[in-house]
Structures are given as structure tokens and as C-alpha cells.
Design a protein. Structure first.
Length: 255
């Protein structure tokens, strides 16, 4: 026999919430779909007559079962928090291993959804400075260039946070952040430093859309062509915005 009506409703809510959390925090579409289908199959596929359907795009998730009409959740914001993805995966594994009921799964997912990022703003700034400095050194910079690269990276990241908070306009935020970070790096480099190109690369390292492009390739390989293509275009536009911001600094202040 299938689930009771109230359990079916709870299952749909839990599956949609699991997919929403994963998609909002940087999981690729194929991983989200696999997690959702495993949860639904565990709960419903014991009844051979029960069919389930899932459809996922970057802006919405659709779920349908024989006992439930099509349900939909909209995805408005996307960020990157791999810790939340890991927790959702662990909860789904516990459910498929009969260690949790569907009600417990839904309650735990709600807790995960409400969690805030575990790192303070100060820690994010420290990691950003380390990242910018490390990338600059990898790109043939020297230790004397560290102040320019690290300060530029910090300004770039702070500008991105402020621009995203008040503007919330895709690609414009990356352009503003790259321009201000590049300008700060140029000013410091003119006083201390010698390898401006390496410094600029380190400055914009925190903005590089590496996860977006990686997920795009994984989605395309998993035959999620629409989501993969959208992610790829998004990554290319972000990279173009970053490059344009740095090019503006070169055009106005250097040449």
C-alpha cells in the first residue's frame, strides 16, 4: 500500500525542500534530481502502481505523484554553501536506510534551511586575502606584491557584497567589484609591487565563477542540457563582467 494522504503531503514538502536547499546552495541539477528521486522512490516505489515525476530547472522544481497533483517551488536566489548540500545528502541517506521517518526528515530539512553560514565576516575576509595572495604567487608574482593583491582582493569582495546587497543586479555587481578591487590593487601596486598583471589576477580570484562553470559541465554531461547551458552562459557573462571591470581600470588609469 502507498502512503497515507498526510504522509504523502509531508513527502512532497520534504522532497521539494530538499531540492530547494540543494539548488539554492550550488548543487548541480543532476545531483538534486537524483536525491529527490531516491527519496520519493524509497517512500512510494514499494507500491508498483505508484509513479513519481520530477522536473528541475534553475528557477523552479516540479514534483508529481499519482496521489498528489503537481507541486512547484520557485528558486529566486542561488549561492554556494556546500555544508548545506552535504547535510541534505546525509538526511536523504538516513531516510533511504529507514533511520528517519518522513516527518523527521522534513523537520531536519527545515532546520538546515534556516541555518546561517558558519563563518563570520572577519573569517571570510581572512580567507579572501589568503586566496588572492596565493593565486597571485601562483601566477608568477612575488612576495612584495602580496599587499597589493590581498588589499585588492578584500576591496573586490567587500564591493561585491555591498553591490549585491543594494543593487541585486546580475553581472553589474561583478563589474563594480572588479573595477573597485582592480583600482585599489593598482594604487597599492604603484607604491609597493612590480607585477601588476599577477596582482590583478589575484585580486579578482574571489569572483571567478569556477563552481558555476564546473556545474554547467557536469549538467551537460548528465544530459541536463537546458540547465547546463544556462549555467555556462551565466559563468561566461560573469567572467566577462570581471574582465571588463579590470579592463576599465587599465583603460582609465594605466594606459
Amino acid at each position: 500500500m502507498g502512503l497515507a494522504s498526510n504522509q504523502n503531503d509531508c513527502l512532497i514538502k520534504a522532497v521539494l525542500l530538499a531540492g530547494k536547499i540543494m539548488l539554492e546552495n550550488g548543487a548541480e541539477t543532476s545531483r538534486v534530481e537524483d536525491t529527490m528521486e531516491r527519496m520519493m522512490c524509497k517512500a512510494l516505489c514499494k507500491n508498483q502502481n505508484e509513479e513519481t515525476f520530477t522536473y528541475i530547472t534553475l528557477n523552479g522544481i516540479f514534483v508529481k505523484t499519482d496521489m498528489h497533483n503537481t507541486s512547484f517551488v520557485r528558486i529566486d536566489n542561488r549561492d554556494y554553501n556546500l555544508d548545506k548540500i552535504t547535510k541534505v545528502n546525509q538526511i536523504s541517506r538516513f531516510f533511504t536506510e529507514d533511520l528517519l521517518t518522513i516527518e523527521e526528515v522534513y523537520a531536519r530539512l527545515q532546520m538546515v534551511d534556516k541555518e546561517q553560514m558558519g563563518y563570520s565576516l572577519l573569517m571570510k575576509f581572512i580567507f579572501t586575502a589568503i586566496l588572492s595572495g596565493s593565486v597571485m604567487l601562483i601566477m608568477n608574482g612575488t612576495f612584495i606584491d602580496l599587499p597589493a593583491s590581498m588589499i585588492g582582493g578584500l576591496v573586490c569582495y567587500l564591493a561585491y557584497l555591498l553591490a549585491y546587497r543594494y543593487l541585486k543586479i546580475p553581472f553589474i555587481t561583478e563589474y563594480i567589484a572588479a573595477f573597485l578591487g582592480g583600482l585599489a590593487a593598482f594604487i597599492v601596486n604603484s607604491m609597493v609591487g612590480s607585477h601588476l598583471s599577477s596582482v590583478m589576477i589575484g585580486t579578482v580570484a574571489p569572483l571567478v565563477p569556477g563552481i558555476a562553470i564546473t556545474n554547467a559541465i557536469r549538467d551537460i554531461l548528465a544530459k541536463h542540457y537546458i540547465s547546463g547551458s544556462i549555467r555556462m552562459v551565466e559563468g561566461i557573462f560573469i567572467a566577462g563582467s570581471i574582465g571588463t571591470g579590470i579592463a576599465t581600470v587599465y583603460y582609465i588609469f594605466i594606459q
